[in-house]
Ligand binder design. Structure first.
Ligand code: ZN
Length: 590
């Protein structure tokens, strides 16, 4: 390796504006999906410097190994001399440098357009800090700048960071956490803005899409105001940025402290798709309080080198999943019946999901890194979603609180207590016990029994009693319906079994994932399981012939009735005046 002194850059030294860590991002050939990153760590104390790249992106609980996309790593001392770099961990590069400025540079390959990763092509760049910006522990709390060097035909940078007063396209972050919690959208996207909650909201729209801008401004403003109402003012952000990627297909979002990235389908701005989009807006916006500020203890400050374990993702994600629907309902985009159906769906999920009897909700959260984010063919049998069951717990608690306090309190009060006590008060995350105490405080009685049974154990939540007590009734669409059940699912378009449901007739008979179904009841299997089973009734015997690893095997099983529920919720007949009053506080006039 040669020491090309000409390639060495030096830190920008503007006397009025000296920052501890200065990043520069260049896109010499964006069509190749590469960024060239330079960092100057100023005034290094001297000695061994470990330079890390995070292994995960907060909000998405999977080790993604971002360092796999880093190349051509170089380090220089203040005199511009090349330093030798040793790789000492999968995500750590180590240099020995004398006292003074240390300059690092490297290339990042970015070709994954998801909300949690980075993407660069001829058209635009979307940068998520954790996959682009390295850090040194001694500098984590120090101010940082990012200088974006725009390709000649790119004009616009959207990011929720302050602009440097003296330099164009330079942005300032208070510390490394703030830097990597502010994704960049860079290119020629359309930007519009609206003011709500007393705060300017910018929307950076990447990709052509069929939306009505005026409508969006109006509707997104209502959602933001309803979100603020849950926690109470003032709004915690100076300003807020929505980055929206309009794609052919796909969807999802990731929360950040003063911004969010949403991905949606470019045709998804009408009808029910538009309502789904608004729930996505509500979900990510609600996170600016729930998880980005009021948060479980493990979720900030982060350990970027390792998994960060918490039992409480059912609060961070499940409660947010409940509130996304409640906020969209309060904003007038869902009818009361649509909102109640969302709750019914979360109750159906909690009762149907086979893994809900195996994995407590707290473990679903703790093991998100190895289970929820790494599903396999047995996941339905062994795991439960902290989103969907967490939403069912949130809806249950909201109903219990309203019933027990005679309509004086609600889950909103729990959110406010947590936000005010642990974020505004102590500026730290809360523990499991502190979360449970906050709920107990609002209900006015010790709720440990509820959490022990339904969160830290797998007992079924008594949804029917909880709904009845508030004046609603929980009904099952499938209650009187007889439907043949085997408990196998097929790979789409193939004759191969993709999953076998725990304790189902197929499970008990010994059918396996990967078995190729050859015949059912001695008829050649056509690939359509419903068609093959059309003449079979509940309690009939069924013979299934499969090929397993090239060997032909036959299994006999007795069909049972479909064990699943499909709930809906309606108002109980003959509500008392008191029940009507309590329900009105939650569901509005009726
Ligand atoms: Zn979320």
């Amino acid at each position: 390796m040669k020491n090309f002194a000409l390639l060495v850059f030096t830190c920008l030294a503007i006397s009025s504006n000296i920052f501890a860590q200065e990043y520069t991002v260049d896109f010499p050939h964006p069509e190749t999906h590469y960024a060239h990153v330079k960092v100057c760590f100023r005034n290094w104390k001297g000695g061994q410097m470990d330079i890390h790249l995070p292994v995960w992106a907060p909000g998405s609980y999977l080790v993604r190994e971002f360092s796999k996309n880093v190349e051509s790593y170089k380090a220089f001392n203040a005199a511009g001399e090349l330093l030798s770099v040793t790789k000492t961990r999968k995500n750590i590069w180590t240099v020995n440098a004398d006292k003074g400025d240390v300059n690092i540079e490297y290339d990042v390959y970015a070709n994954e357009l998801s909300v949690r990763t980075s993407f660069i092509d001829a058209e635009h760049a979307y940068l998520n800090g954790t996959s682009v910006f390295v850090f040194v522990n001694d500098y984590l709390s120090k101010k940082a700048t990012v200088n974006i060097s725009l390709p000649i035909n790119w004009k616009t940078i959207s990011v929720a960071l302050d602009k440097d007063q003296n330099r164009e396209n330079v942005f300032v972050a208070d510390n490394y956490d703030a830097l990597v919690d502010a994704p960049f959208e860079i290119g020629n996207h359309h930007v519009f803005s609206f003011t709500s909650c007393g705060v300017k909201h910018e929307v950076a729209m990447f990709g052509k899409a069929y939306y009505n801008e005026d409508q969006l401004k109006k509707d997104m403003a209502v959602i933001t105001e309803q979100s603020l109402n849950v926690f109470g003012g003032p709004h915690p952000c100076k300003n807020y940025l929505f980055i929206i990627h309009n794609l052919n297909n796909g969807g999802g979002g990731l929360e950040h402290k003063n911004s969010t990235t949403l991905q949606t389908e470019k045709n998804g701005y009408t009808g029910d798709d538009y309502k789904s989009f608004l729930t996505l807006v509500a979900h990510e916006y609600f996170h600016l309080w729930n998880v980005k500020r009021m948060r479980p203890k493990a979720l900030g400050p982060f350990d970027y080198d390792n998994e960060n374990y918490t039992n409480l993702l059912f609060v961070s994600e499940g409660f947010t999943a409940y509130y996304e629907d409640l906020i969209v309902f309060r904003s007038g985009f869902y009818t009361r019946q649509e909102f109640l159906q969302k709750i019914a769906n979360s109750f159906s999920y909690a009762d149907n999901q086979l893994g809900a009897a195996i994995q407590p909700l707290n473990e679903a959260s703790f093991d998100a890194w190895i289970k929820y984010y790494r599903p396999n063919e047995n996941s339905n049998n062994s795991t439960v979603s902290y989103y969907s069951k967490g939403a069912a717990v949130a809806a249950s608690l909201d109903m219990i609180i309203r019933t027990k306090t005679n309509g004086k309190k609600s889950l909103d009060d729990v959110m406010q207590v947590l936000y005010q006590t642990y974020f505004l008060g102590y500026n730290r995350g809360f523990t499991d016990a502190e979360f449970k105490d906050a709920v107990s405080q609002i209900v006015g009685q010790n709720m440990n029994n509820f959490f022990n049974k339904y969160v830290y154990d797998t007992q079924q939540i008594p949804f029917d009693t909880i709904t009845q007590e508030i004046g609603l009734s929980l009904e099952d669409n499938f209650a009187d319906e007889e439907k043949v059940y085997l408990g196998i699912n097929m790979q789409s378009g193939k004759n191969t079994i993709s999953s076998v449901e725990r304790n189902s007739p197929a499970w008990l008979a010994g059918l396996n994932v990967g078995d190729e179904v050859i015949a059912i009841n001695d008829y050649r299997f056509t690939g359509d399981l419903n068609e093959s089973m059309s003449l079979v009734k509940v309690n009939d015997e069924v013979k299934i012939m499969v090929s397993r690893g090239g060997n032909i095997k036959s299994f006999i099983m007795r069909c049972t009735n479909n064990p699943y529920v499909n709930y809906f919720i309606e108002l109980t007949e003959g509500l008392t005046e008191n029940q009507k009053r309590i329900l009105k506080g939650w569901l509005g006039e009726f």
